[in-house]
Design a protein around this ligand. Sequence first.
Ligand code: NAP
Length: 295
Amino acid sequence: MTDVIDGNAVAADIRDGVADCVDRLAEAGERPGLATVLMSDDPASETYVSMKQRDCEEVGIDGVHVDVDNDAPADELYDTIEELNDDDDVHGILVQMPLVDHVDTRRVLRTVAPEKDVDGFHPENVGRLVAGNPRFKPCTPHGVQRLLESAGVDTDGAEAVVVGRSDIVGKPMANLLFGRGDGGNATTTVCHSHTDNLESHLGRADIVVAAAGIPEFITGDMLREGATVIDVGINRVERDGDSVLVGDVDYDSAKDVAGAITPVPGGVGPMTRAMLLYNTVKSAAEKADVDVPLP
Ligand code: NAP
């Protein structure tokens, strides 16, 4: 029987734990705050940001949203971030990507104060992750690590294959999987668009993390019997006249081979959102020097 890993349920537990931490921090005089910043012409970005604000509200985090006009000079965005860096009520800053073309994305990542960089994308935080001493684990890979843990998957000594090498998913995912400690110690291969014979790598994997952004391209016949398959992909496709979300894994064929699998939607997506709340509370607890039982 294939175990379908329920990301909504695991994320709900984490959100409950975060809400408890928020209460404790508020009692100690430090209510966590998350600022979202949008300067984008990508229609999905507005939805993502409003979902993140709603998540904050649900767990008691103070959400602030700043819209920067798409036609404004890039300096307006950099100045906005500096102001949020200086705002004592803001513990986490999330600049929604992708940004408009005339903004230097790398400069944006460098401008967010590392101690408020709840995405974990500032070069200092990337360096800390690679060095095995993360301040904030990036939300999506951290969420995947928690899903594996919740499903009782032992990563220690396992063969893990990450498909995709982006800065936000593939690279940090690989770092967490091969890093030392709980949820790590996997022998990890990173595949990308230049990988020869992807099937040969997938075919020996105990754990597959799919993050290529190609709808349903990993099929059951590419997988090892009993593998754990975590599908990070979110792709919108037309099916029978409807617009539907599918992952990077062909769920129907993969579920007959996999030992455990995440659905899309309802797998990694809710975990990414939950881990953003987690990082915001972690940031507030560190600033206030209050010990809270992070979930
Ligand atoms: P990305 O920046 O486009 O990176 C895609 C990666 O896949 C690249 O490294 C690319 O290789 C690799 N790739 C492309 N074709 C391949 C192939 N045929 N074989 C092997 N590797 C291939 O995407 P991303 O930002 O990492 O996102 C990946 C997917 O996850 C997207 O569907 C995205 O929407 C989704 N996502 C979901 C969440 C969530 O919360 N669930 C969060 C973030 C992203 P090269 O480097 O060689 O180009």
